[in-house]
Design a protein around this ligand. Structure first.
Ligand code: ANZ
Length: 948
């Protein structure tokens, strides 16, 4: 935007806005305006001054410092939290608000592999760029608290927390984590036995260590992972395509059992589920967490096949009489145990044999074919597959002999990895039974001719000679009766099952936190003592994991760190003299740092502890007086996208609970209140080939869209570089100023809904700020217009209403309606006082504007004669008296129909109201010459006149 020569010298335009913004951003930086003091430690006030008891900790979800920089969609939440933080500073609260960087991860590493640039260099550059972009928006962050997960001073504590978790076990009786030393003491004294019931004292040293390891909250396990030899790494399920290849590179992916670090999050299933009740979170997110944890109540039932017991988990024990086959996860040990070593009988159904001569061959071929399928695929595939194992099981309730299959819709990792199939009443079993010609036997009184009957109905065909009779019973009674019978006959028990799996906690990559673990000559793992932290990432020249023959399923991952032999092999004294060890060469997954960063914000420079308990208690401790007796504590407001509903928010709750159990924090939960902001979306345009064209070059003509002469197709959705529709905040700041961008983004609609970006609408927000400026400042001279006049009653009414409404809106994150109310008030003042606005009307306005548009507010505030920043000025209060309407409108009914509306004083008596009604022209005409037989006044609501 250029400034034509006739433009007044002191007009609020882009140039003016940029000048003001630079000035105030520098001021805030120089004065450390947004530094929030701590009770104790480095960040405590120097003079020992008391902190305000009232505090607010507001936090944005941790961004990844991407090389692409920010587009205008990213700061939506950051602006909203800044407005919220600024508002609360004006209420006298000590406000903690900062922003750090979740900076480990794949993009920097991929870039390093391609270019040889150290990921730290890339990461630091990206952080620098983001800081600059965010700084230009005037976000009031405490910069001392801005951490990056990649800083050794930060990841030292990530490793320390890992060790806390590693050195703990979960006491089922107390339902909490306890130090592993307490377990060892119990084992040594004989108060407890090992997991498999052995006496600890009888074991040798290695067996002792193994027995203890089985209890730890961090453990190594052989688990199935997606191994991609071509990329040299294991992949997450989301990184594998439907046909079992890597999303990146299109290499084959194999399901492989690998020894991996796991975290025992499942120990916390009940607490993670039950404590959701304590949280002020969107119901949607709570229910996503509930589903993810997936607690089902059911029963375990034992079937037998020869010597072998097949234990299944079922939520419908009441349907046992309808079990007509069993299905086992193909990769389960049990399948190998049960498979017959005889060839298939000559009369076996051909559909059951997988084209093989024997069950063993069939199972082997089947296992190979499904190795690459993901769990989701296996569950959702309607075309059921499987192989008959050549053996039969005995149904415990009626002795029926039912065939046993291996089928991939049974998951190895859920329940017992085996199920009793009741095709009549389970959709997946129905599909399988239909495909394989297995009997479908109804045990509920419903139609099963076309599909499984899933409704509720009385039981049929369900009785045996040994005291179990379910016929005629409903579901709950029948389940209870069956379980009681199973328990009496020692064939089963009640069981609670969870969907939640333990957390696979290792990656074979470079750019992550190294594990504080070394192995001795016997391969026994040792946790490093605290003094040896951080274990720093070694410098390397080659960031790539060792590649393998892409088709070699038997190859083993060799992480990049394994190549750094002089780092891997170390001599350490772990208490028994110097010895040589080898380091663990995995790194932690990207979720590690974000699982606890809020605690570091609280005490970022503490080098004695990850957070001092006094500081933690002040910022995130429970506040029963304020939030009720059940308050778990935690960050006061956490704002971010709903895409983090499960993983991040479940992992951080888990870590927090362990830290709570061990006494390191006073809060039970990391985030007391969660708010999901919507997204800024945008139109994108594709040409005839389906290729994106730059959105800013597209023109609309007669409802059609053109790029040059070519008509293009409009889509609506995400904003991003690849869609060529990203708008950089830098451009909007340059063309309008940061305050305009802030006001525009906040005014687009309710914060929790998504909205389309429209650069052409930004000017509306800019004009509002221009009007505000003009109300106070003479555009020609730069002098202020304000006068020391008394406010009229109408002025007071407008002002106090605005204050009341705006306070309520700010407190509830309704910044869009704040903007609407401020616009209205500015318009009122502009009309009433074009160039002599009373100071008493305009000072509170400037204060009210300041959370939204802090730079212009600071400038006006200083023009109005204040020397100090507006940041801590008390937010205006209102007088209730000005909120009551002195006149109200009432409808007047004559013989039941509304005929007129009258204005009466709010406190008018009944007789006065009737008098005003009768004086109304229309009413008078209707009443004239008639008898007024009844007059009813419903105060504040209406007048009803009956005439004859
Ligand atoms: C018999 C039955 C009859 C079942 C019926 C359901 C309906 P939720 O509720 O999700 O916990 N199941 C058990 N183990 C399985 C595994 N490893 N892979 C796939 N499915 C498995 O699911 C529990 C039900 O899922 C169990 O109850 C079992 O089928 C199946 F009319 O048993 B049911």
């Amino acid at each position: 935007m250029t400034t034509p020569s006739e433009t007044p010298a002191h007009r609020y335009n882009a140039a003016k806005a940029n000048e003001i913004e630079t000035t105030w951003q520098r001021y805030w930086n120089d004065k450390d305006t947004f530094n929030a003091p701590n009770p104790v430690g480095d960040l405590a006030p120097a003079d020992g001054q008391q902190l305000p008891e009232d505090k607010l900790f507001v936090q944005d979800m941790f961004p990844y410092p991407s090389g692409a920089g920010l587009h205008v969609g990213h700061p939506l939440g950051y602006i909203a939290t800044d407005v919220f933080a600024r508002y609360h500073r004006m209420l006298g609260k000590n406000v903690l608000h900062t922003l750090g960087y979740d900076a480990f991860g794949l993009p920097a590493e991929q870039y390093a592999i391609q270019t040889g640039t150290h990921p730290r260099t890339t990461t630091m550059n990206n952080i620098e760029n983001m800081r600059r972009q965010l700084g230009s928006l005037g976000l009031g962050h405490d910069r001392r608290r801005s951490v990056a997960t990649t800083d050794p001073e930060f990841y030292k504590w990530t490793q320390w927390i890992f060790l806390q978790i590693y050195n703990s076990w979960f006491d089922e009786d107390q339902q909490k984590a306890r130090p592993i030393a307490e377990l060892i003491a119990d084992l040594e004294s004989g108060a407890r036995t090992t997991k498999d019931g052995r006496v600890y004292a009888d074991l040798d040293d290695v067996a002792k260590q193994e027995a203890v390891d089985e209890f730890r909250l961090v453990y190594r396990s052989n688990s199935m992972v997606n191994w991609c030899p071509g990329l040299g790494t294991v992949l997450a399920n989301e990184e594998v395509t439907a046909d079992g290849r890597s999303e990146r590179g299109n290499f084959p992916v194999f399901r492989k059992r690998l020894s991996q670090w796991m975290m025992r999050i499942t120990a916390y299933s009940d607490r993670l589920l039950d404590d959701l009740e304590l949280l002020d979170w969107p119901e949607k997110v709570k229910s996503m967490q509930r589903n993810w944890i997936g607690r089902s109540r059911g029963a375990e039932v034992d079937f037998t096949a020869g010597e072998t017991t097949i234990r299944v988990f079922t939520t419908r024990a009441d349907t046992l009489f309808g079990a007509t086959y069993m299905a086992i996860a193909p990769e389960a040990e049990l399948a190998a145990e049960l498979v017959s070593d005889e060839p298939y009988a000559a009369d076996v159904d051909q559909r059951w044999t997988y084209g093989a001569a024997s069950p063993q061959e069939a199972l082997a071929a089947y296992r190979r074919d499904i190795a690459a399928k993901s769990d989701v695929e296996r569950q959702e595939n309607k075309d059921k597959t499987g192989v008959f194992l050549g053996t039969y099981a005995t149904n415990p309730v009626n002795g029926a002999q039912i065939p046993i299959f291996a089928a991939d819709y049974v998951l190895a990792g859920y329940g017992t990895g085996a199920l009793m199939a009741v095709p009549a009443h389970d959709e997946r079993d129905y599909e399988f039974a239909t495909a394989f010609g297995v009997e479908i036997l109804p045990v509920l009184d419903g139609d099963v001719s076309e599909q499984a009957f899933l409704g509720d109905a009385a039981h049929i065909n369900s009785a045996n000679d040994s005291g179990l009779g379910l016929n005629g019973l409903g579901k709950d009674e029948a389940i209870a009766a069956t379980i009681a019978w199973l328990v009496d006959n020692e064939r089963g028990a009640e069981k609670i099952q969870y969907k939640l799996r333990d957390w696979l906690f290792a990656r074979q990559r470079y750019w992550g936190e190294p594990f504080p673990i070394v192995y001795d000559d016997n391969g026994v793992a040792h946790a490093l003592p605290e003094e040896m932290l951080p274990v720093e990432l070694p410098e390397v020249d080659d960031y790539a994991p060792a590649a393998h023959d892409p088709n070699d399923a038997d190859s083993e991952p060799q992480p990049p760190l394994a190549k750094v032999t002089d780092w891997v092999n170390v001599e350490l004294d772990l208490g028994d003299g110097p010895r040589t060890y080898t380091r663990d060469t995995n790194v932690m997954p990207q979720w590690a740092g974000s699982s606890w960063y809020q605690l570091r914000y609280v005490d970022p420079t503490n080098d004695e502890k990850f957070v001092d308990l006094d500081n933690e208690r002040y910022w995130t401790g429970p506040q029963p007086e304020k939030h009720g007796a059940d308050d778990p504590g935690g960050v006061d407001l956490y704002v971010g996208g709903v895409e983090h509903a499960v993983l991040h928010l479940l992992y951080s709750r888990f870590w927090h609970k362990v830290l709570y159990d061990l006494g390191h924090v006073s809060s039970k939960e990391p985030y007391r209140r969660l708010y999901n902001q919507g997204y800024i979306q945008a139109y994108a345009y594709t040409d005839a080939r389906g290729v994106y064209v730059p959105a800013e070059e597209v023109e609309e003509r007669d409802g059609k869209f053109f790029h040059g002469d070519e008509e293009v197709t409009q889509e609506y959705g995400k904003m991003g570089k690849s869609l060529k529709n990203a708008v950089a905040p830098d451009d909007i700041v340059r063309d309008f100023g940061a305050d305009t961008l802030r006001v525009y983004e906040m005014s687009m609609g309710p914060l929790d809904t998504s909205r389309p970006w429209a650069t052409k609408d930004v000017v509306g927000a800019h004009r509002f700020l221009q009007r505000l400026w003009r109300l106070v400042v003479d555009e020609d001279t730069g002098e202020v217009y304000t006068v020391d006049a008394e406010l009229t009653d109408e002025d007071n009414k407008q002002l106090h209403r605005t204050i009341a409404g705006v306070r309520d809106d700010y407190a509830n994150l309704r910044d869009n309606t704040v903007v609407a109310k401020l616009i209205e008030y500015v318009n009122y003042l502009t009309k009433t006082y074009p160039n002599d606005v009373p100071l008493a009307a305009v000072e509170p306005l400037v204060v009210m504007v300041s959370p939204l548009a802090p730079h212009i507010a600071e400038e006006l505030w200083s023009k109005l004669g204040h020397d100090e920043t507006i940041t801590f000025t008390a937010f205006p209060t209102f007088d209730e008296a000005w909120l009551v309407d002195d006149e109200i409108e009432l409808p007047v009914q004559v013989n039941g129909k509304v005929k007129a509306r009258i204005m009466v004083p709010a406190d008018a008596g009944q007789d006065d109201v009737v008098a005003v009604a009768l004086a109304d022209e229309k009413v008078a005409a209707l009443v004239e010459g008639k008898n007024l037989v009844k007059q009813i006044v419903v105060p504040g609501r209406m007048v009803n006149l009956v005439v004859k």
